[in-house]
Ligand binder design. Structure first.
Ligand code: ARG
Length: 408
């Protein structure tokens, strides 16, 4: 037995499997493997658990944290309409903080000095792990085998594994790097590294091709929200988790929720990313539609800026940070009246809001209508415009002095 312990974030894949042996051999530590279930498309986690023990972990733990993930993490992302660079619903960025939380918990339970992860040295995830760990326990130390070792090619890694009896994948490796959880799926590498190349159709598993005939009919769905979170689908009360699963299925069937983007990683590199996020995008679309109805104008406008900042912080690994926590407080107070129903229509890759209603709607028919019911005071408009435009009028007069008029 070695002196020190390390808790390793274990996925069951080649990298983290090799990492178990590498940590034992190179760092002389006892490895405790932790696999966290955040709703990945599944390998059998009991198999994963046993695999770690077979490779030499002194203990192997599987934790199903899906409920906590939905209630404590995804709920905040939905209330924030979180889209990094206005597009990406933060799939991977969302799962890292909860994985970190459980890594730290297990490290404390086992009195481990170290936590290890299998991230490369080029991505965002290493940052999310390490900053997250530092925030929850600044005294824990991190080991990052994949960043450190010299098994730089897949062949060398396979040789290393084979020489030590670590099970190596028998099927040809998919050229893609995939990360997923119940909020969606991220796909990169392979041919996708050419930003001009159209993504091949076989990379998708959650969404069907909108040009296909899986669904030639439009389909309507009614989502009900209470204080910013979904509580029912077509009038049937169900959990947020269940609603995410159902929307992933339904929107995916209609081919809605594919994103092809060039994104800016925190470490300074632009990368080409494909996402499948049918449920996440549907729920954000519906949530935004309800907020349009229920949030007062200044609050709505201000919240748009907060949403961007929130998404950027979470993308950059700052889930556990004072600013992100403070913004959570702001966002939470905005949701008090975000209660009501949204009707969506899915058809051939699109998801369109076709109706919204709320007991707290700020939409006033009598103010908005151009019919006889109109109660809007048109006379007040004249004075309003005079004052609203006053600074512009004064400026225009002065500008004349320099011989400019009506120019832009
Ligand atoms: N670029 C995305 C992010 O930083 C996804 C990264 C996911 N990792 C992967 N192996 N595909 O959030």
């Amino acid at each position: 037995m070695s002196e020190e312990k390390v808790v390793l974030a274990y996925s069951g894949g080649l990298d983290t499997s090799v990492a178990i042996r590498w940590l034992i051999e190179e760092k002389n530590v006892d490895v405790i493997a932790l696999a966290v279930d955040v709703g990945q498309e599944r390998q059998d986690l009991e198999v994963v658990r046993r695999k770690a023990l077979g490779i030499g972990a002194v203990e192997s733990i599987v934790k199903d944290v899906r409920e906590e993930y939905v209630e404590e993490f995804i709920a905040k992302a939905l209330k924030a309409n979180a889209l990094y660079e206005n597009k990406y619903p933060l799939v991977s960025a969302m799962s890292r903080p909860i994985i970190v939380k459980h890594l730290v918990e297990e490290a404390h339970r086992h009195q481990a000095k170290y936590i290890a992860h299998g991230c490369t040295g080029k991505g965002n995830d290493q940052v999310r792990f390490e900053v997250g760990i530092a925030a929850l326990d600044p005294d824990l130390e991190v080991m990052a085998p994949v960043r450190e070792w010299d098994l730089t090619t897949r062949e060398r890694e396979m040789e290393y594994a084979a020489a030590r009896g670590i099970p190596v994948p028998t099927t040809k490796k998919s050229p893609y790097s995939i990360d997923d959880n119940l909020w969606g799926r991220a796909i990169e590498c392979g041919v996708l590294e050419d930003p001009w190349a159209e993504p091949p159709s076989d990379i998708y598993t959650l969404t069907s091709d909108a040009r296909g005939h899986q669904c030639d009919e439009a389909e309507y769905v009614e989502l009900s929200f209470e204080q910013g979170l979904p509580v029912a689908l077509d009038g049937e009360i169900m959990s947020f988790h269940e609603i995410i699963d159902r929307m992933n299925e339904l929107a995916g069937k209609h081919g809605f929720g594919r994103i092809d983007m060039i994104e800016n990683r925190l470490i300074g590199v632009k990368s080409r990313e494909i996402y499948e996020v049918p449920g996440a995008l549907t729920l954000i679309t519906a949530h935004k539609a309800l907020e349009d109805l229920c949030l007062e104008r200044d609050l709505l406008h201000y919240k748009l800026q907060i949403e961007q900042k929130w998404s950027e912080l979470v993308y950059n690994g700052m889930w556990y940070s004072p600013l992100k926590e403070a913004l959570d407080g702001f966002i939470e107070t905005t949701q008090q009246l975000v209660t009501g129903d949204v009707r969506l229509r899915f058809f051939k890759g699109s998801c369109v809001t076709v109706g919204r209603r709320s007991p707290y709607s700020l939409y006033d028919y009598n103010l908005a209508t151009y019919d006889e019911a109109d109660t809007f005071d048109r006379d007040a408009a004249k004075g309003f415009i005079d004052l609203h435009g006053l600074p512009t009028r004064v400026w225009a007069r002065q500008r004349r002095k320099v011989g400019k008029e009506g120019e832009v």
